[in-house]
Structure formats: C-alpha cells, structure tokens
Design a protein around this ligand. Structure first.
Ligand SMILES: *Cc1c(COP(=O)(O)O)cnc(C)c1O
Length: 431
C-alpha cells in the first residue's frame, strides 16, 4: 500500500485559500474551531462520504442536516434528474411549487400559507420583516447561542447586563440595527417575562430555535416554551419558530409537533430542500397576507421555488413520510448516544450525550447542558481531541464542539456500532 506524500485535502486547501477567503464558502467548514485541514469531499453515498484522498468516513453531519435519507438516495437523484430534464428554472410559477406548499401545510398544521425561498437565512430575514410589517413594531428578541442565519439584525450578542440593547457580533452590522435586537438567555422563562414586562408593546417578534442546534444541542424546557407562546400572545408579538434545522428532523411535525407548541410563523430549510437550496417561511394566513403582492411587506427571489430544488425537497419529504421513518431515525440516534455514553463511563471519561429525533449532542461535561453558559463550560479541548481521533478512525463529526450531529435513515445499526467501537478504543486510552 502506498500512502499519499501530500494529502489532496491539504493541496486543495492551500490553493483554495488564494482564491476563496479562508479557503471556504462558509466559515465553520475551515476547521478553525478544531484545528487542522478541512476535508474536501468528492462523493457521498448513503451514510458515507469520501474525501479528496479517497478515504471513507461515516458521516454524522449530513450536509448540516439535509441528508436525512443519506447521500444520493436513488429516489432523490431520480427526481432531480427528471426535473432538470424539464428545465432548470423559469422565474414563473410551476405546479410543483403548489404541490410542496400544500404538502408543507398538511404536515405542519401551523402553516396556513407558505412562501418558498432559497436559504434559511432568507426565510428568517423575511419572517422578521413580515412580523415587523404586521405588528408595526421594530424590536425583536432572540436568544444567545441560537443561530438564525446571517442577516444584520440576527448577528447580535447580548450587551452587558440584562435587558440592554444588543451589540453586533459581526463587523459591518450597524450598532443602530443591532440595538433593535434584545438578546436573552435560552431556557430562561423569567428573563423573557421581564423583557416583555419592560417593553412588551414594542416587540414585533420573538425568534427561537425550538431545539437549539447551533450551540451543540440544547433541549427546551417546558416552562420556556409555554412562556414563549403565552407572552407573545399576551403582548401581540409574533412567535417565530425557526425550524430550519428541526423541521422534518426531530419529527415529521418538527419540534412544534414534538413539543406541542403553536407558532405564528415558521421558518424551514435544510431537510425540506433535500440537499438543494430550497427553504420556506409560513404560518398564519392573516400575517402571510401582508406579503407582496397582496400586502405591503416586500420579498422576492429569482430562484425562489426553483423546480429542481423543489423536486429534491418533495422526494425527500416523501421518504420521511414512510411509516416508521422517525421511529427508526430516533432509535439510531439513541443507540449512538447511549453507546458512546456507556463507553465513556466504562473508561472514566467525563462525557455525556443526548438525542432528539434524528439529531444529537455530544458533551465533554458531567451533565447534559441546558443553557448557553453550561455549553460554553464544556471541555472544548477534549472535544477537539476526540474529533481528530474519530476522524482518523473514519468517522466524520461536525468540526466544532458547538454543533449538533445528525443521523440519516441510511445509517445502519452496524454503522452506529462501528462508530461506538471507534470511540471506545479512543476512550480506553483517554487522558
Ligand atoms: C442553518 C440554519 C439557518 C440558516 O440557514 P442557511 O440555509 O444556512 O441560510 C437558520 N436557522 C437555523 C436554526 C439553522 O440551523
């Protein structure tokens, strides 16, 4: 056997850095958090991906969620090929847009109307504009550690002290825009209540990930979900559940069905595009009717409802509706988290894990975190060491301690058990 003197991943990354800032088209891909050279993928099939050196990995990222049926599911590939053969796009209505709109409204009862867009960022950005147009108010509330895409008003962190104005978390975001966003602690119902008591009549919307999946994985407390719904109703604010990640991921009815919480607006992406750029926002008819051309809130998109992207989404949504799909997915995720936890315990490694539907969180901490502060207190160096050891063993986890992981229906129990065995040999020589 010959080994490559220079990794193809490394030479591609070196060349990419000359032409693409940081060598990547989305920052987390650069491995800055875990260190080392990012993998350049050349293909995927089912639960596996292959890097530029031809090395195979079991994939727990799944393109950050969309690959819920595995890579290159034949039904999805066929649907995309058929759609492409009929035209890549028209910038005019097509029947398939109606079909997916009707399906989304059927699967998520909180949706009375939807509009298709091309990314989660577009969906959340517009949902907020719509909530502001509908309520005629300017302020919004978000929660520290929740990610809602990269529009200006959402790249905001908490100011010093509770209930202060938000501060930009990115250069280029005007302080005046960040100041319209209040940033609160996730799972802190009392904090939310105080914010509403202070300025409830100015708040257009609260946007929240119903399961937080962009600060590792944090599940919502019941009292937090109830406070969100009750306070938004009481003060006339729009409750936006950002289900870009959780939609068709934690259950067929998303987190809203899983936890039984009714939003006013919902944002979707990732799984609903099946790997291609399709996303959506939707909800109450009286709010959605404020959108142009019916109403005065403007939104548009050349590629919105693109027939090829819609075909990939429809084919994927067909697969997830098969009986037992989420039972199987949850079983696989639970098998992984319980197996990893048992192995860590056996070897005395401070580690825990949990899953919700087809998403999971791994934590180098004694107990499962329930807040942003607790996530931040996890041992990041331990995760980075684990990440690289697993990568060597052919397991691709998200390259950051602060991302959720994903299983697909293409993963088998044998795949999961192999992953647990890889972790077990790492944990057996830990420290
Ligand atoms: C991924 C994600 C987004 C952004 O979606 P993009 O398609 O990357 O723009 C928004 N909200 C949540 C909860 C996400 O996980």
């Amino acid at each position: 056997m010959t080994s490559h003197p220079i990794s193809q991943n490394q030479s591609l990354f070196d060349a990419s850095q000359l032409r693409i800032p940081g060598g990547v088209n989305s920052p987390v891909r650069a491995f800055r958090s875990v260190g080392g050279t990012p993998l350049f993928f050349q293909k995927g099939s089912g639960a596996y991906v292959w890097d530029a050196d031809g090395k195979r990995y079991t994939d727990y990222v799944g393109s950050w969620g969309p690959m819920i049926a595995g890579h290159c599911h034949p039904d999805v590939v066929k649907a995309v090929q058929d759609a492409a053969a009929n035209g890549l796009g028209f910038g005019a209505p097509t029947a398939s847009e109606l079909e997916i709109a009707e399906l989304l409204c059927k699967l998520l009862p909180s949706l009375e109307m939807v509009r298709l867009v091309s990314s989660g960022t577009e969906a959340t950005m517009t949902a907020i504009r719509l909530a502001r147009g509908f309520t005629n108010r300017s302020r919004i509330i978000k929660f520290e550690g929740c990610y809602h895409g990269h529009s200006d008003g959402l790249l905001v962190k908490a100011g010093s002290g509770a209930l202060t104005f938000g501060q930009p978390s990115s250069s280029g975001v005007p302080a005046e825009i960040a100041a319209l966003t209040t940033v609160l602690d996730y799972n802190d119902a009392a904090g939310l209540e105080r914010a509403f008591a202070e300025s409830g009549n100015e708040i257009a919307a609260v946007i929240v990930e119903p399961v937080a999946g962009n600060m590792n994985l944090i599940t919502p407390k019941r009292e937090f979900l109830d406070a969100l719904r009750n306070l938004c109703t009481k003060y006339g604010a729009v409750l936006i559940l950002d289900e870009v990640m959780t939609g068709f991921r934690v259950s067929l009815q998303g987190a809203q069905g899983y936890y039984g919480i009714k939003p006013d607006l919902v944002t979707l992406g990732k799984v609903m595009g099946g790997g291609l750029p399709a996303a959506a926002f939707g909800g109450r008819r009286d709010i959605m009717q404020c959108l142009a051309p019916l109403g005065s809130v403007y939104q548009a998109g050349t590629l919105s409802g693109n027939p090829v992207a819609v075909a990939a989404g429809m084919a994927t949504l067909k697969l997830v509706q098969e009986p037992g799909f989420y039972e199987n997915l949850s079983k696989l995720a639970t098998r992984l988290t319980t197996g990893l936890t048992a192995s860590a315990k056996k070897h005395g490694v401070e580690f825990c894990a949990q899953s919700v539907g087809g998403m999971f969180g791994l934590y180098f901490s004694r107990a499962v975190p329930t807040s942003y502060a607790e996530v931040m207190a996890c041992d990041k160096e331990a995760f980075n060491r684990f990440f690289h050891a697993m990568l060597d063993a052919g397991v691709y986890l998200a390259p950051s301690a602060f991302e959720a992981g994903f299983v697909s229906s293409a993963h088998t129990e044998a795949d999961i058990d192999e992953t647990i065995a890889a972790a077990d040999s790492i944990f057996s020589v830990w420290k």
